[in-house]
Ligand binder design. Sequence first.
Ligand code: RIB
Ligand code: CA
Length: 311
Amino acid sequence: KSMNRIPVIIDCDPGVDDTAALLLACQMPELDIRAVTTVAGNVGLDKTTANAKRVRHAIGADFPIYCGADKPMFRELHTAAEFHGADGFGGVELPIPEDVLPEEKAWDAIYRIAKELNGELVLIAVGPMTNVGIALAKYKELPKLIKKIVIMGGAAIGGNVTPAAEFNIYVDPEAADMTFCCGIPVHMCGLDVTMTAYITPEELEEIAAFGTPQATLVHDVLQKGLEKYVGWGKPGAALHDPAAVLYTVYPEMFTAEEAGVRVETKGPLTVGKTVTDLYSDKQFDDHNAFVVTNVDREAFISKVKELIKKY
Ligand code: RIB
Ligand code: CA
């Protein structure tokens, strides 16, 4: 059936769940992946970029990859190598493809493609939002050229790097606040929904049993993180970045509420917190965002399995 495919750029910091998100995105006929852009986050830019190349090769995909920022806009880089592994690839050993990437920087590619698409581009950002912040700082008309931004990041309640902050926002809070303030509608898939979008050990074994190299990669790259979640007494591994990608195409599985969202960039205890008026007096004057608060986990996981099974 002919469908209006959604033209997207996926900005990411692979990253074990970024890897799963890319494997899923490439099996979604509704998505027209115009580019993948990489940013420093879970691990350094050289490694997030190497991992994006590994995933592209493992999928046999042909999306262009553009490198972005090797550190946050105004701060030093904090990585999450303790969770994602030194390579950021969950300890999975795959050769790094030799292909040379274009010189064009992520923020320039985002602007160029947004202009080409004349307002239809949807940006899915599942790492620190440094590339988005730089693009906004460099191209003042960018907000008119991007239809919406779907992020994995933030939390109306809670945090994972500190009690107040989620990793992607914590790493580059200034870039995140610029993104929420720029006028482009932001759909925030934060911990409120991604901690519900978990995969259990049994479900990950089901995926491994599909037996394809891609299914095996999803299993192997997520396995160590899954063991950590189980060790923390959780029912499974939060599929943070896949939740943002599936939300973009299957929003009916999710619950989202309009709210104002700003980012704390100063507080010693709260820097990186996405402050929303969702659970308070709705007094933020600009309701610039949609906070995704829940997902039908069964529907989510069955779609994840269906998409991986297509390999
Ligand atoms: O807090 C989870 C987020 O931080 C995910 O995007 C994960 O890949 C890391 O970047
Ligand atoms: Ca990520």
